[in-house]
Ligand binder design. Structure first.
Ligand code: PXP
Length: 237
């Protein structure tokens, strides 16, 4: 059975919209663990648009499962990772203008600088995952870089509009997952995974862990709405 790692970035997005204290991603992470999550994921972006340094530091103390820090391979963030020591660091591409991570990291084009970053994270006792598009060349590069995991980008699959396109992307994910396993690399998958397309993706038995944020937080907001209104109604009346 695949593990589920829950990304709580969107909780911080709501908090930062008001620069308030709540909702706290640390509390959300604890509740996700109570719900059975096998891991917690946060992305400390260079622009700090949602998760803050304080969140990562506290989560390191409170997460009882596994803390996976999504991060750009920049000097500043690598130094923070080496201090915080998440269980896993997932290297992702990062652009300031994007709404969310757009596409996998081009590990092949950046193989040389990434070698140093992976070695330095490994030196700090941190397992390294590389977020890549499901292409053989990137899986082979990840192997050369001695990555512990690849996280296969499922965004193109989840956004596919036609059945044929989705099937094609699904096949690419299956082929990439098999190659990674053959090379001894652990396989994670994420981006755009939801309560519908998981029926496809859970058949990719090579995937050890799904990293899911948006769909879970979106559902949490809606399934919690009625109760939240009822509780306020009791106070109001
Ligand atoms: N994996 C990576 C590398 C991501 O950047 C994200 C988005 O933060 C996710 C997984 C989760 O994607 P989603 O929020 O669409 O479930």
């Amino acid at each position: 059975m695949a593990r589920l790692a829950v990304n709580v970035d969107h909780i911080a997005t709501v908090r930062q919209a008001r620069l308030a204290k709540e909702p706290d991603p640390v509390t959300a992470a604890a509740l996700a663990e109570l719900g059975g999550a096998h891991g917690i994921v946060v992305h400390l972006r260079e622009d700090r648009r949602h998760i803050q340094d304080r969140d990562v530091a506290i989560l390191r103390e409170t997460v009882k499962t596994k803390l996976n820090l999504e991060m750009a391979a920049t000097r500043e963030i690598v130094e923070i990772a080496l201090k915080i020591k998440p269980d896993v660091a997932t290297l992702v591409p990062e652009k300031r203008q994007e709404l969310t991570t757009e596409g996998g990291l081009d590990v092949t084009a950046f193989e040389t600088p990434l070698k140093e970053v992976v070695a330095s994270l490994h030196g700090g006792g941190i397992a390294v995952s590389l977020f890549v598009n499901p292409d053989a060349k990137h899986i082979k590069t990840a192997h050369r870089l001695e990555a512990d995991y690849v996280e296969l980008h499922t965004g193109i699959f989840s956004e596919a509009r036609s059945f044929a396109r989705r099937q094609e992307e699904y096949e690419r994910i299956v082929t990439a997952a098999r190659l990674a396993r053959k090379l001894g690399i652990g396989v994670h998958a994420g981006h755009g995974v939801d309560y519908q397309n998981i029926f496809w993706l859970r058949n990719v038995t090579e995937v050890e862990e799904f990293s899911i944020g948006h769909s879970i937080i979106a559902r949490a907001v809606l399934v919690g709405m009625e109760r939240a209104v009822r509780e306020m109604l009791e106070l109001v009346s």
